[in-house]
Design a protein around this ligand. Structure first.
Ligand SMILES: [Zn+2]
Length: 183
């Protein structure tokens, strides 16, 4: 399963060099996984996740983020609040990440710098990985070793794919090979 951004430049099948039928894909603004919230609201990502884990029994879930993400730039600039109906609320899932990054990069009320946005893009991936584990049936399969969670970052400018290393807490270059190498 791949959870990617809706950005037209980040097609998971092209980036991962996959054939039709190889990956189950969910795309949304800023490739976010919401936390586990079993309430009466309508949860598109959570329902796709439930299908992938319980019915398809996927063995790998990849959160695929990317550089130059418009969603993350809006979140960092806090621009959309006045006029949009759904986007700000959706992006607010990453509010704690935004606050953390803002504390590290002085913005002086100006446009968010590229470095701050890149940091937010990457930490947003890590936050979504944590949210994934808040779903009890995801955590259970991870615990049993049946399911693996990955955080990947696609650098648009040079086509570089980075993978999150939990031990070093950094994103490191890796080969954009197909999922077969992770099975
Ligand atoms: Zn994006």
């Amino acid at each position: 399963m791949v959870i990617a951004c809706s950005d037209s430049r980040t097609d998971p099948s092209l980036i991962l060099q996959c054939e039709p039928g190889e990956i189950f894909v969910v795309r949304n603004i800023a490739n976010i996984v919401p936390p586990y919230e079993p309430d009466t609201m309508h949860h598109g990502v959570s329902s796709a996740l439930e299908y992938a884990v319980k019915s398809l029994k996927v063995t790998n879930i990849i959160i695929l983020g990317h550089s130059g993400c418009g969603g993350i730039k809006s979140l960092m600039g806090n621009k959309l609040a006045a006029e949009d109906e759904f986007i700000t609320r959706w992006l607010s899932i990453l509010d704690s990440v935004r606050e953390k990054v803002l504390a590290r990069f002085a913005m002086d009320g100006k446009e968010p710098c590229t470095e701050a946005c890149s940091a937010c893009e990457m930490e947003g991936i890590v936050h979504s990985m944590e949210n994934l584990r808040s779903f009890p049936w995801v955590a259970e399969q991870v615990e049993k070793g049946n399911l693996h969670i990955f955080g990947w970052y696609f650098e648009l400018k040079d086509g570089l794919l980075l993978g999150y290393n939990e031990d070093s807490d950094t994103f490191e270059p890796q080969h954009p090979s197909c999922l077969s190498s992770y099975n």
